[in-house]
Design a protein around this ligand. Structure first.
Ligand SMILES: Nc1nc2c(ncn2[C@@H]2O[C@H](COP(=O)(O)O[C@H]3[C@@H](O)[C@H](n4cnc5c(=O)[nH]c(N)nc54)O[C@@H]3COP(=O)(O)O)[C@@H](O)[C@H]2O)c(=O)[nH]1
Length: 616
């Protein structure tokens, strides 16, 4: 039942004479309306216009007297759902609003909770069933009698709030984009730095250890080059999922860029804790995965640094994890390495290294080692692979895995590659002249070297200069460099092949060859990458891949050589599957010339007019 109005006179019919609104200017002052002067007429006219305007404003207005009874309400209340027709005659605030609003408007009563200056946001449903957000303020006003009255004003701020929300959404989307990698959704470098600096401050405070684990995919470029960038992107997403699955929620994972990911493991108690995680990541990543219709296995190399043992700043820890990761790569990939002080090479070191490499090439201070390639059935040496060595005066032996990329980056690969080719041809010709025939001399070409303009002319000049007949020379290019811009590669291979030399595809199985191109390459040999030979005598996917490469080579009428043979069992297996040639530590490590000659002259070898046979 609606209450009988106590102030029926005012409710909804006019603005109370004693209320001043709008910054203190009098809207209605009844005494002034009847004084008969012209000015007063204008003021009366203005007041009545203002009263009409106030009544129709798209803002709700309600005036309460000092007892909290309603003195005035405007027409805006008409739009509210559930507000009955007699709302104008109710005399307290709660009954003015529809049922269910009591709690919402309780704040308007509670002097303490309701801050007049700030106001509150309340939701009201309109008769058209839409919900609107009103910003409601309650203003105190002392009227002429000295009593305190209240003016309650509610402005529909729905559109404004929606705009604010979408701005906030937009901002959080923007924040997300700024701090996350768009491809994988992982934290990006900025967020990683932010997180790790917090981890660092915590560790400084608590004295805890943490490990920084840097993960770099092996041969990721091959996936991009051979299967395309979409496949590369898909692989990166898979890696991100694997990392997220293999780690605890509290471990921070980020993609630093390219194929490089980083993980921070907090609360590490021992090295074996980290070994466990690194091992798990490697195992998961090495599982075969389907990528755009191809089944591929992608491995990773991991470098690990520890706080505080290996550094007390983010950059130092990252740098040391990076050095360890490179060590893992050069030690054969698909493995993890912990940073050790001995691995340390500073930027200055690598600059010095570049200068030294330049000087060393100019002064012809490099050496070649030769590794025999053996015919599996006869045991004969059918080739020697020339492998370059840099014996540094202070640093000791520097691996070609370290300086060939440096030579490629600095353009030094051209003089270095020429030196290797010329020296290898020269030595081979000298052995031939002395009656020693090893079949062929195989020389590795780096990707950049193979792409040099007029490279075939360089080869031709070296052959002429060293007087080596082309049939004794074999050039090896990796599968991935052959597949990178395959049409151009076919052109270069044809030019080289026309010189009369042989061509072999190195590291076969790691580069996702297209068979259509492979058929068009004028090559003579496939070399099975040693990663497939390691576990060849077990019945796993590696043996299946090795067997397929052997069959493929036979079908294409090519020779096939297995690299990295270290045990007799591997040789037996390869022979039983029809592989022709092998190379590996089981037969001989790469040897300097003097040791090679000692080997062929030892009782481990037999020399005849046709060449050399290893006795095993
Ligand atoms: N562009 C050029 N690349 C070159 C040249 N010389 C070497 N290289 C490339 O550097 C990589 C590392 O070479 P290296 O350290 O010489 O390693 C070779 C062998 O020592 C190693 N190998 C051989 N048999 C085994 C074995 O049984 N087990 C085992 N763990 N390792 C073994 O393999 C390397 C030869 O590999 P490949 O060339 O694929 O036949 C290497 O990629 C070289 O190609 C150069 O002059 N130019």
């Amino acid at each position: 039942m609606p209450k009988t109005p106590r102030n029926k006179r005012h409710a909804g019919h006019g603005v109370p004479s004693k209320v001043a609104v709008a910054g203190g200017s009098s809207v209605v002052q009844k005494q002034a309306v009847n004084d008969g002067s012209k000015g007063n007429d204008v003021r009366a006219c203005l007041n009545s216009a203002l009263a009409g305007l106030l009544m129709e404003l798209p803002v709700f207005v309600c005036v309460l007297n000092s007892q909290g009874d309603i003195e005035y309400v405007n027409n805006r209340f008409d739009v509210f759902e559930g507000v009955s027709r007699d709302y104008r005659y109710r005399n307290d605030l709660v009954s003015l609003f529809p049922a269910g609003y009591e709690e919402h408007i309780a704040g308007l009563h509670a002097e303490d909770d309701f801050e007049a200056a700030k106001g509150v946001d309340l939701n009201f449903r309109h008769k058209d069933h839409t919900t609107h957000n009103y910003h409601v303020v309650k203003l105190r006003h002392r009227i002429d009698t000295g009593e305190i009255w209240y003016l309650i004003v509610g402005v529909d701020v729905t559109a404004h709030r929606q705009a604010e929300h979408s701005l906030r959404d937009h901002k959080s989307r923007l924040d997300y984009m700024v701090y996350h990698d768009p491809l994988t959704g992982l934290a990006n470098r900025s967020l990683f730095y932010d997180r790790i600096s917090k981890v660092l401050s915590r560790a400084e405070h608590t004295g805890d250890n943490f490990a920084l684990v840097l993960i770099d995919l092996d041969r990721f470029k091959n996936v991009n080059d051979s299967l395309g960038h979409d496949a590369g992107d898909a692989l990166l997403k898979i890696v991100a999922e694997v990392l997220s699955e293999e780690l605890r929620e509290t471990d921070s994972v980020a993609r630093l860029g390219g194929d490089e990911f980083v993980v921070v493991l907090e609360g590490v108690r021992s090295i074996s804790d980290v070994e466990l995680v690194a091992g798990r990541i490697l195992n998961r990543l090495a599982l075969p995965t389907r990528l755009q219709g191809h089944e591929i296995t992608s491995t990773a190399s991991i470098g690990i640094s520890f706080y505080p043992r290996d550094g007390d700043s983010i950059d130092q820890l990252l740098k040391h994890a990076d050095i360890a990761m490179y060590r893992a790569k050069s030690a054969g990939k698909n493995r993890y390495e912990f940073f050790l002080k001995e691995m340390k090479t500073t930027l200055v070191d690598s600059l010095l290294l570049e200068n030294e490499l330049r000087r060393c090439i100019e002064n012809e201070e490099m050496h070649l080692h030769y590794q025999p390639q053996i015919d599996l059935r006869t045991g004969r040496i059918v080739g020697l692979e020339a492998l370059v060595r840099w014996q540094h005066a202070e640093r000791g032996m520097i691996s070609p895995m370290d300086f060939i990329p440096l030579a490629e980056d600095t353009g030094l690969i051209e003089p270095l590659g020429e030196w290797v080719l010329k020296h290898a041809c020269e030595r081979f010709q000298a052995w031939l002249m002395s009656g020693l025939n090893f079949g062929k001399i195989a020389v590795n070409l780096s990707t950049k070297q193979f792409r040099l303009r007029r490279f075939e002319q360089t080869v031709m000049s070296i052959l002429m200069e060293t007087r080596l007949a082309p049939q004794y020379l074999e050039l090896e290019i990796t599968e991935s460099s052959a597949m990178e811009n395959a049409e151009e590669a076919i052109h270069m291979l044809n030019c080289l092949s026309k010189l009369g030399l042989s061509l072999a595809i190195d590291d076969f199985g790691t580069g996702y060859s297209s068979l259509a191109y492979l058929r068009r390459f004028p090559i003579n040999k496939l070399k099975i990458d040693r990663s497939f030979v390691n576990d060849i005598d077990e019945d796993g996917s590696d043996s299946a891949i090795a067997k397929s490469i052997i069959d493929l080579a036979h079908n294409l009428k090519l020779d096939v050589l297995a690299e990295g043979v270290e045990h007799l069992d591997q040789s037996h297996w390869l022979l039983s599957k029809g592989c022709n040639q092998v190379q590996g530590f089981y037969y001989s490590k790469p040897l300097p010339e003097a040791q090679l000659l000692a080997l062929v002259n030892s009782d481990r070898a037999e020399r005849d007019s046709a060449g050399v046979r290893l006795l095993l």
